[in-house]
Design a protein around this ligand. Sequence first.
Ligand SMILES: Cc1cc2nc3c(=O)[nH]c(=O)nc-3n(C[C@H](O)[C@H](O)[C@H](O)COP(=O)(O)OP(=O)(O)OC[C@H]3O[C@@H](n4cnc5c(N)ncnc54)[C@H](O)[C@@H]3O)c2cc1C
Length: 381
Amino acid sequence: MQRPQQLRELFSAFAPRVTSGPISHYGGLRQSAETFCEIAPASSAELADALGTAHRHGVPVRIRGQGHCLNGASLPGAGELLVRTERLADVRFEAEGTVTAGGGAVLWDVRDVVERHGFTVPVVNDGHAGPSVAGFVAAGGFGPGSSLHGGFWENVAAVTLVDGTGRLRRVDRDDALFPWLFGAMGQLGVVADATLKLVPLDSANPPPYPTGAGATRQLIATSQELKGPGLDEHERDEQLVWFTLFTPGKRLAVAQARIAALEAAHAGLLDYRRRYVYPIRQRHPVPPLVYPRDEPFFAIGSWGALRLPPGDAAGPLRACAEELTRHAVELGCRRYIQSEATWDVDAYRACFGDETYETLRRLKAQQDPALLLNRGAVFAP
Ligand SMILES: Cc1cc2nc3c(=O)[nH]c(=O)nc-3n(C[C@H](O)[C@H](O)[C@H](O)COP(=O)(O)OP(=O)(O)OC[C@H]3O[C@@H](n4cnc5c(N)ncnc54)[C@H](O)[C@@H]3O)c2cc1C
């Protein structure tokens, strides 16, 4: 294991920084190593170079977007290089009907940019500005627009991916790897950018596709804020946590009953809010790491502010998460495990099922043969 100062020398071409004092993720449930080395590449070429260097020297890499997932997967451990994506944040109008956004751009910011041109990206997260474009891919991604436009995966035309050896390549929709990138939590490579389908705001009068200076490339300044705008002062101080089940329509009622029973069994855990239900339309194959069948489904869940300080919450949260995993397995549903509080890798195997988990492991061996990317997040280190 290399010390942060050694990594700073090794990655001197990438403006490295040694950070002292641990960082956390949204909700503050867990912490990174006390001291670590970090870089923030500004282009896909620089990202590829950095990952190539990491591969040649066997340096484990941790990828971090906006730090909104609750399972600790974006937190660097001892001896890991943290790759922040915040400078991969440009927005480009390159091909009619699409916009290409850097993986580190905040998804809501991308939507704001394209709306100035009369278009929108129809599927973004609910709540407030937070997840990055690539963070949303890494989780799977759904939102209020999913009832009409399906999951985020239905609305991405291609991604640029850097694998664990530093190889940069375009992955189009028809590439066999494409569906596996959604929900993969960075196990198969780092998403440098994603080309998103555009929808006109006024479909009766679609605007012209943006061209010319100013429209072709814009840089979005992203922030490292863990709590985005859109929350009032009171909510900013809360530690929001959520638990989601992806369920087919025919099991909706029983899944809702299980979520209600979970809340009753863990009544002291959260200050529960009104449960959510998002229908998710399906047109194309559904990513196997998100949901096991090609059919429309619902995302239903329970959420609220933690009633315990984050330090005391781990045990009770874990018990709740494990119970939800049992319900999901019993009902043939899925948890949205990529974005939620999770404590051990067994939960991924349980949620994905043996076959899907082993396929992901095989793909990882191809994409990241030295197993350097996000160690310990989905597979045992
Ligand atoms: C308040 C709030 C509301 C939310 N609402 C929704 C919602 O409505 N719908 C929904 O689907 N999700 C929602 N989420 C979950 C969120 O979309 C996911 O947790 C998402 O992964 C967060 O993106 P991020 O940029 O913060 O990623 P991070 O938390 O930084 O990282 C998450 C994972 O993605 C990996 N990763 C990050 N960037 C890259 C990259 N460039 N390439 C490869 N891997 C990468 C990380 O290594 C890590 O494993 C919400 C989260 C919060 C906190």
